[in-house]
Design a protein. Structure first.
Ligand SMILES: N[C@@H](CCC(=O)N[C@@H](CS)C(=O)NCC(=O)O)C(=O)O
Length: 223
């Protein structure tokens, strides 16, 4: 039996979605973020030393890192579904987006989250203007231009095909959902990028996506 160690409002929502798409039996073990720090509870470290979600156990195997989990599950249980044929151009696009999601799209979004938090954290009043100035500079000189660059890139790519790896929906679309949902929640992705918004709507309309929300509980990305 597969167990998904699922943290609320997190990347592990994608793993539940993939399993629903594949129609594989699994169980969900839920963990709640600390409301103050937003970190995962220490109990998740008993499953994997990094204590981050997602982590799955699948028989004797314990596997972390969402891209690795998605590739493992699609490869082992997909029977060829949701993964383009090996050796085709679409397969290479699939591999690209599978890595791009966490390797390139997430870092500037995460930086923005951290910088936004630093600015609003409790601090002595005389430090706040300095913190605001540093945060503002980091946002305007690096974070916001980088986020714009990435969102424009995705918007352009979605002009080439309806799904990111070609004409078929694949597990790479599942992997890419999280950075785009995070960007829509807290980094300015909106109707000015109509192809990306329509793509998100198509993802969210999939019955397996809706079923995964029922399994995972409330899913509201951090703002
Ligand atoms: N690149 C990793 C990132 C894992 C990660 O940072 N997960 C977040 C949830 S979205 C987490 O566990 N945060 C809580 C913590 O760091 O304590 C992946 O894709 O699995």
């Amino acid at each position: 039996m597969i167990t998904v160690h699922h943290l609320n409002n997190s990347r592990s929502q994608r793993v539940l979605w993939l399993l629903e798409e594949l129609g594989v039996d699994y169980q969900v073990k839920r963990y709640e973020r600390d409301p103050a720090t937003m970190l995962a509870p220490p109990s998740l470290r008993a499953v994997h030393p990094l204590g981050k979600s997602p982590v799955i156990t699948d028989g004797d195997l314990t596997l972390a890192e969402s891209g690795a989990i998605v590739e493992h599950l699609a490869g082992r249980y997909g029977g060829g579904r949701l993964v383009p044929l090996a050796g085709t151009p679409d397969r290479l696009r699939y591999t690209y987006w599978m890595h791009y999601a966490e390797g390139s799209a997430m870092p500037p979004l995460l930086l923005k989250l951290v910088i936004d938090r630093i600015e609003t954290a409790p601090m002595p009043f005389f430090v706040r203007p300095v913190a605001r100035a540093i945060a503002g500079r980091a946002r305007s000189s690096f974070i916001e231009p980088q986020i714009k660059l990435h969102l424009d890139f995705v918007e352009g790519e979605l002009g080439k095909s309806s799904w990111l790896a070609g004409s078929e929906f694949t597990a790479a679309d599942i992997q890419m959902s999280f950075p785009l949902e995070a960007a829509a929640a807290r980094a300015g992705l909106d109707g000015t990028r109509p192809r990306t918004m329509a793509y998100l709507d198509r993802l969210h309309a999939r019955p397996a996506y809706r079923r995964a929300l029922d399994k995972g509980g409330p899913y509201e990305l951090l703002r």
